[in-house]
Design a protein around this ligand. Sequence first.
Ligand code: IVH
Length: 692
Amino acid sequence: MIDVKDLNKEQAAEELKRIAEETAKADVAYYQNDAPFLTDAEYDALKRRNEEIEKRFPDLVRDDSPSKRVGAPLQSAFGKVTHRFPMLSLADVFSMAEVEDFIAGVKRFLNTDSDIAFMCEPKIDGLSFTARYENGVFVQGATRGDGREGEDITENLKTVAELPQKIADAPDVLEVRGEVYMSKADFFMLNEKYAAAGKKTFANPRNAAAGSLRQLDPEITRERNLSIFAYTWGEVSERVWTSQEDFFNHLRVWGFPTNPNNRLCRNTAEIEKFFADLMEIRASLAYDIDGVVYKVNDIVLQERLGFLTRTPRWAVAHKFPAEQALTTIRDIRIQVGRTGALTPVADLEPVNVGGVIVAHATLHNEDEIKRKDIRLGDTVIIQRAGDVIPQVVGVLTEKRLAGAAEFVFPHTCPECGAHAIREEDEAVRRCTGGLTCPAQAIERLKHFVSRDAFDIEGLGGKIIETFYKEKIITGPVDIFTLEKRNNGSRDDLFATDDGLHLEAREGWGKKSAANLFKAINERRRISLARFIYALGIRQVGAATSRLIAQNFESFDNFAAETEAGRTEKLLAIDGIGESMAHDIVEFFKEEHNLATIRRLRQEVTVEDFAEQVNNDSPLAGKTLVFTGTLARLTRSEAKAKALAAGAKVAGSVSKNTDYVVLGEAAGSKAKKAAELGIVTLSEEEFLNLLGH
Ligand code: IVH
């Protein structure tokens, strides 16, 4: 190989081209196909040579240079599968006290003092899968994906020996769900083989399982020897089991592996013992687990408890205690969020914490830094619990370098230079730059396209940042004018606007540009709840947005109240308090917010709430108030049922109330209902209207 200093310009250009192509191929092999053909050392050497040549010939730097690239986009070559029943996740808790809160919540919801039986299952640290059987034959397998849509891994799952291909005496349609994992032994063997071949090894069995399952060539999956445990179900034509325990019995008869450590526990003491016992044997298990899952055993109770947005009310994941490690703080950066909040983040000397490399930790806010007295260069204990962002537990002050100064929290925004102020009773300091602050604008855009908002696929964080910096998208409206602006107006003879031509950009093509426009256009109709959430009003999350949508029914109704600065209707909603109502009204006082909304509504159609309640329930659209103690339902259960039937639930009786449901010992609200002549219902009548 010619030494860099001896290359002439022509040779240099050729060499840069070769390295760009070679590293691009290596990236795909490493990131997408999980089959690296270069060792880390070889790859690094190529990049280093590339850098040296670029330094000598800066005008030869290519658009596709590895110095400009970070990894290969994780493009999926797999087909997509829409889950007929979403694949949910579980809420996490980290202590026995929180488990007890969870159990108490379940009992309160069900209005019972008796013990409830829970199925306790080791939480397998793998990847969830769903396997669909029609007439007893395995027909489709998928990953969880985002819970609604996963990747089609049918062919890969067929190579997993433990998954039955045919099952006898099963319902016509049966989706069995569980976890694919790699045993610790198989993981070590695979890594040894890779290391011997000079290939990059996997960080932990979970990553190895993921890499093995998402192989374009199913034969590679077969060689990797993956295992499964089944633990739940998706769509079924006939549910022939009555409890989680009973379901496990069926699974075993059908030939699915179930975890031998699953146990039915009848009270809190038994649950506590299960957890302690499992911690004891954790290290000796053949596979990694990261906690325990508790599920209400009785399916009838599960059905009464139902679901929150993305998690069931009848189950919870109890994660094992956090893993800790020692490292040093390289830098403290200030991040600016959507609402202008300044959040300090520590850049760490990367360290392995329980199998995951950690390079950053949140420092929460300025008081937290003061309280823990965290300084640059400090040696700190960091911990990681579940999927939460790693945290700094404390500083080893005896290791502090001489002269390390106290950290000074900035009083101006590091992104836009505006004043950053802290309200009297708030812990956070906020940038006052509003939309003129690029960091805030970018974070708002990310929120706007996020899953519970406009849910625009293909507009990821990196793309938003680039498009914002290049002024291609500076606000939400720009997203919807993107396609028009892309082609410019060259059909107009005198126009000079040549258009954006995304398809000509580095890393883009006709197809990816077309896909993006399609994804955007598919969102030109949006539900009222999503639209309200997308606005990014402070404190107004997805659940609150749904409440507002349900109560106001149309955006015009909502805007009419808030723009007039009225909070009465908002405050009447059970679940909205003073502070939230205040933030909502403040949002609508800002002229730039109103202007954005006006422009947006020229681009998108916001569906009225009623359009989505294709509900024949006699309670749909009605406003209910509950008062007194109900006998068969708890208040939260009754409320959840009413909302599910399309009703609104208010906290107080007014002339807008349709029904007041009277429980035991109903007081002033019953009186008020009588005065206003509002129809009252007994619990029995309420249940009848629900169709029970
Ligand atoms: S039940 C609605 N059971 O943990 C119930 N999940 O945090 C859905 N997991 O996505 C899951 N072991 O990948 C369930 N015995 C178990 C599990 C388990 C591992 C994983 C699963 C799920 C995640 C939820």
